[in-house]
Ligand binder design. Structure first.
Ligand code: SAM
Ligand code: SF4
Ligand code: SF4
Length: 377
């Protein structure tokens, strides 16, 4: 039997250090990439570790006790994260999402939130700061997160049936604790709360209707449940197209189950929104459909992702990053990093989902697609 060779985490993905342009490029807040898309949304992964082993993200057979996670010294410090975030904000970022791995496992996260909450956009506005979590420890942290400056929260929950949920997280974690976390976040005033359900056909699709019913009946309809198509992100989840349940079918199932109060389309709230919004006819809230596979939304994609060790990825399906940590630790000035980042974004032409059908299942050059737990969703 051949041994599985696990590359050193730091060397896992190619990430050249971005060049500092000879001519300084100051931040104007109006950066546009090669396809004319602005930079508005920064997702920061604060840890590559997680206490769940969702099969679509960190399958247990790969992310086992021998798996090499990033060492502490590789992680960006809170000061480094905040310094980079300030530069991103000067370039136009208005929204920051903390993610991971499981972000609530990063020690002292409240401190980072407070530091980020102090940043202001060039117009003097506060940032929209949010966090995506599996909610395993949210019940005891919600109040402190809100006090630190967190405004909103997104909770991942793939089913209400306890057996189905325990199978999905693959660590036997009970659904009741996640529901308690959502209730605590609601009580703490973290709103609007979004709940993300990744739908895998044949695994948890029977939970679509019960989930919709539950969130219509609880929290005054204020929780927005979003159904996400199972994506071919990373290289370890064994993704197959037949396990994707297209959003159109999710919608049909909901319309059939709740025929007396149908869903009606709602206008998008902001440009570049990933979810298509639908509202219940009786006013009992709304749902979202995120059709990452069947309806690409690359055209408006204004998202950048910063890995736990400071590599910038311009697309969820990228195979290479841009090593901002080396730039930071080389003694580069803020002006240097501002110019380098402008150069990187100007060259961005990623649109993987739009091209998915025309691409080989694995990158032709043998490179590995970045894993979701490493850059966050
Ligand atoms: N651990 C946190 C959580 O689960 O909310 C944050 C990180 S997780 C990588 C962020 C989001 O990515 C979650 O909502 C998760 O369901 C989603 N996700 C992970 N793998 C996915 C896949 N293959 N397809 C679709 N969504 C996925
Ligand atoms: Fe962990 Fe989130 Fe990935 Fe599940 S989706 S394994 S909770 S990082
Ligand atoms: Fe954005 Fe890449 Fe997703 Fe397209 S595939 S929406 S470019 S992250």
């Amino acid at each position: 039997m051949g041994e599985t060779v696990i590359p050193l985490a730091d060397l896992r993905y190619t990430a050249p250090v971005p060049a500092i342009p000879a001519q300084a490029i100051p931040a104007t807040g109006l950066l546009a990439d090669a396809l004319g898309r602005p930079l508005r949304d920064l997702r920061i992964s604060v840890t590559d570790r997680c206490n769940f082993r969702c099969s679509y993200c960190m399958p247990k057979d790969i992310f086992d006790r021998d798996y090499v996670f990033l060492p502490q010294t590789s992680l960006l410090s809170f000061e480094e994260i905040t310094r980079l975030a300030r530069i991103f904000v000067a370039h136009g970022v208005q929204k920051i999402r903390l993610t991971g791995g499981e972000p609530l496992l990063r020690k002292g996260l409240d401190t980072l939130i407070t530091m980020l909450a102090d940043l202001r956009t060039p117009d003097g506005n506060r940032l929209d700061i949010t966090l995506t979590t599996n909610a395993s420890v949210l019940a005891r942290k919600a109040t402190a997160l809100q006090a630190a400056g967190l405004q909103r929260i997104t909770v991942s929950l793939d089913g209400l049936d306890d057996a189905v949920f325990r199978r999905m997280n693959d660590v036997d974690f009970p659904v009741a604790d996640v529901l308690a976390g959502i209730a605590a976040a609601h009580a703490a005033g973290l709103g609007p709360i979004k709940v993300n359900m990744v739908v895998k056909r044949g695994t948890n699709d029977q939970e679509i209707v019960p989930m919709a019913r539950y969130f219509r009946q609880h929290f005054g309809g204020s929780v927005v449940l979003r159904f996400i198509e199972y994506m071919d992100v990373g290289a370890s989840n064994g993704w197959r197209m037949h396990e994707v349940l297209p959003s159109a079918q999710v919608l049909q199932r909901l319309q059939d189950a709740f025929a007396d109060t149908p869903l009606r389309p709602l206008d998008p709230t902001v440009a570049g929104e990933t979810a298509e919004r639908w509202g219940w006819a009786d006013g009992s809230g709304e749902i979202g459909l995120i059709s990452s596979v069947t309806q690409a939304f690359c055209r408006d994609c204004n998202r950048a992702r910063l890995s736990t060790e400071g590599k910038l990825f311009l697309c969820l399906f990228a195979t290479r990053g841009h090593d901002l940590r080396s730039l930071l630790r080389s003694g580069a000035s803020d002006a240097d990093i501002t110019s380098a980042l402008a150069g990187v974004w100007a060259g961005r032409d990623d649109r993987y989902s739009e091209l998915r059908a025309a691409q080989p299942a694995a990158p032709a050059d043998g490179a590995r697609r970045v894993e979701m737990h490493y850059i966050g969703g």
